[in-house]
Design a protein around this ligand. Structure first.
Ligand code: AP5
Length: 218
């Protein structure tokens, strides 16, 4: 691994949808801290049991826990990494910068996907995800429904509704985002690697823009 790219954006902005496509296209390791934490919850690990209620309530897991999970997974990685949902706080951004520089690694692109808040709730409440963690395909009941109701097109596993994808948990996640995002955005905004992307178009339209950003940088 030489570089770590970062996707920023509010809940439902399309980070996961775009990160999966980009990772495949550019042979990157997609690392979603949400997926890592949900996996820990479903396996009832010590961390999973500790963070379950925090996540269900739409709050952030503490920085030390998240940084620890991420840094353990970066050890020995050979491909560049694309983070989705990390860093989420100024402290996480600073810890990542320190981790990278102490190993002679670089921060890659920082893609900030901006979507008006009014468009986000229905994206999240109508999202369904593949229950097979190695697949994790993302659907939307209206805009990207599976071919067979309730089953993943890619691997045939049942689809599930995330426990934090209710309207109530979404509002709490948005509050958390609005309370924490500005300092994080300010930290990256001045960097030559930072790109603000309009995420309000269709997934294909957003993908076209993001691919160009990665191609220009390659
Ligand atoms: P996480 O899993 O990271 O959730 P999130 O940031 O809230 O983001 P989402 O996964 O909801 O949305 P997304 O932007 O990936 O959108 P998606 O592509 O799926 O985190 C969950 C929880 O874990 C947090 O609340 C926290 O507790 C904890 N956590 C995680 N990371 C942490 C960290 N670093 N520090 C502390 N705590 C952490 O798309 C959403 C839907 O919209 C889908 O249905 C999709 O089909 C649809 N869609 C996508 N793009 C479009 C489009 N362009 N137009 C229309 N629909 C679209």
């Amino acid at each position: 691994m030489k570089r770590a790219h970062v996707f920023l954006g509010p809940p439902g902005s399309g980070k996961g949808t775009q990160a999966k496509l980009l990772a495949e296209r550019f042979a990157l390791t997609h690392m979603s801290t949400g997926d890592i934490l949900r996996d820990a919850v479903s396996k009832e690990t010590e961390i999973g049991l500790r963070v379950k209620a925090v996540m269900a309530a739409g709050n952030l897991v503490d920085d030390d826990t998240v940084n620890g999970l991420v840094f353990a997974r970066l050890q020995g990685k050979t491909t560049d990494v694309l983070f989705d949902g990390y860093p989420r706080t100024l402290q996480q951004a600073e810890a990542l910068a320190e981790f990278l520089s102490s190993r002679g690694l670089e921060l890659g692109l920082v893609v900030d996907i901006e979507v008006p808040e009014a468009a986000l709730e229905s994206r999240v409440v109508k999202r369904r995800v593949c229950s097979e963690s190695s697949c994790g395909a993302i659907y939307h009941l209206d805009r990207k429904p599976p071919k067979t109701t309730g089953l993943c097109d890619l691997c045939g596993s049942p689809l599930k509704h995330r426990s934090d994808d209710t309207a109530e948990a979404f509002r709490s996640r948005m509050e958390t985002f609005n309370a924490t995002f500005k300092p994080l955005q300010a930290y990256y905004e001045g960097s030559p690697n930072y790109r603000l992307v309009d995420g309000s178009g269709t997934p294909d339209e957003v993908y076209e823009v993001v691919v160009k950003i990665f191609e220009e940088r390659a």
